[in-house]
Design a protein around this ligand. Structure first.
Ligand SMILES: *[C@@H]1O[C@H](CO)[C@@H](O)[C@H](O)[C@H]1NC(C)=O
Length: 399
């Protein structure tokens, strides 16, 4: 396997090796006319940059580039000394427009990055998934064998990545997927799709460590940010979320052998008009046990959120979970601190833990969530939990 990989790498880099520098997609044949498929130009540019012997910058100047699925993979020849940068001409990065013919997306990805060390993607460019034309084909709520629609940006097994400033627009499915990465940083992003678009989660991260997501605006049809199994040391702040389904840990416990989740901090964020606010979700009948622990939500403002604070260990969005057994995901050491704002429903705090593994050490401190419709009260509901309360408590704790 390793041998094959090295061979491929040498083969890719066989034709001419430069000393790094600038690589402009237009020099590699990109038309940027919004009609011609420019994928080959991007792949050739990547090849040249990835094979170069020095810091490389790929420039995508202003324009509309029509591209189908693109794969940018490493390891690059320059690693580990070299930083790969994918950058735009100032002031405006290119505009990547996805092809809409679904047959062109055999792997369920649009723009794919894998096995690259020290990649930065910076600029003000837009990745437009053009999802509106095919969202009606997403029937995954009803159909278990549904065709997976492509994710706008997928990052697999990356190390030391930084994406900054770019926009992900109208993804066909998830906007940004991050899996098996270490030291992944996303800052100042804009992630945008209509509130009713199906499964357009803003950012989904799983099996990663040392993740930072900061100062990012997410308006979409599903979770703004979802944090899946196998995560550790995740720091999220300055998120503006809504519409969408909020910021969630989970859903967990769906598949066998899921890894623990720990060390999550979500703070200084605003959530507006969403289904959930901050949530921890796990499926019933989980095939194997895992733990989610040391999770903090702090300084969060809720504006007219349907379920502002929610732990749901009976998560079953399709309503089709027969013969349930209790979730085997153990939730411990969870802190909700300084959560203020308004709820569009009466039940502002839901703490529904697993009957098999009751939640342990869940603390709520200074919670003040009133009803959006003035004058109506809010309340809490609890199952299989003895939460610890301090400071202001609106709604009042479960009795
Ligand atoms: C909880 O997680 C945070 C963030 O990763 C970390 O800084 C802190 O040390 C952890 N606390 C414990 C008790 O492990």
């Amino acid at each position: 396997m390793v041998k094959l990989f090295l061979f491929l790498l040498c083969f890719l880099c066989f034709n001419g090796v430069s000393l790094g520098g600038d690589f402009n997609v237009k020099d590699y044949g990109a038309k940027a006319d919004g009609r011609t498929d420019d994928a080959q130009a991007f792949e050739d540019t990547w090849k040249a940059a990835c094979c170069s012997n020095g810091p490389a910058t790929i420039w995508i100047p202003q324009g509309t580039y029509l591209v189908g699925p693109l794969k940018f993979t490493g390891p690059c020849k320059s690693v580990p000394r070299i930083t790969m940068k994918m950058e735009a001409s100032v002031p405006k990065l290119g505009y990547l427009k996805a092809e809409t013919d679904l047959n062109e997306y055999p792997t369920g990805d649009w723009i794919f990055f894998g096995w690259i060390d020290k990649l930065s993607i910076v600029g003000t460019g837009t990745f437009d998934g053009q999802g509106a034309s095919i969202w009606h084909l997403n029937d995954c709520q009803q159909n278990k064998k549904c065709k997976l629609l492509p994710t706008n940006l997928k990052f697999i097994a990356m190390t030391n990545t930084h994406i900054k400033g770019i926009t992900s627009l109208n993804s066909k499915n998830f906007h940004i997927g991050v899996v098996d990465c270490k030291h992944f940083k996303a800052t100042n992003l804009k992630i945008i799709a209509p509130g009713e678009s199906p499964n357009t989660d803003g950012m989904h991260v799983e099996r990663c460590s040392d993740v930072i997501i900061k100062n990012t605006r997410v308006a979409t049809g599903d979770d703004c940010i979802s944090l899946g199994q196998g995560l550790s040391n995740v720091f999220i702040s300055g998120i503006e979320c809504g519409p969408g389904h909020g910021i969630s840990v989970g859903s967990l416990g769906k598949y066998p052998q899921e890894k623990d989740v720990s060390g999550i901090i979500v703070k200084d964020s605003t959530i507006t008009g969403t289904l959930n606010g901050i949530s921890i979700k796990s499926w019933p009948s989980s095939p194997s046990p895992s733990t989610a622990y040391n999770i903090t939500f702090e300084n969060i403002i809720m504006n007219n959120v349907n379920n502002p604070v929610i732990i749901d260990q009976l998560y079953c969005p399709s309503g089709n979970c027969p013969n349930q057994t209790p979730s085997q995901v153990k939730i411990t050491d969870v802190f909700f601190k300084n959560i203020h704002g308004s709820s569009s429903s009466e039940v502002a705090v839901i703490l529904h833990c697993s009957q098999g593994f009751p939640c342990h050490n869940v603390q709520l401190q200074d919670i003040n969530i009133v009803r959006s419709s003035v004058g109506a009260p809010t309340r809490s509901t609890c199952m299989n939990i003895k939460a610890l309360y301090s400071g202001i408590q609106v709604p009042p704790p479960c009795s």
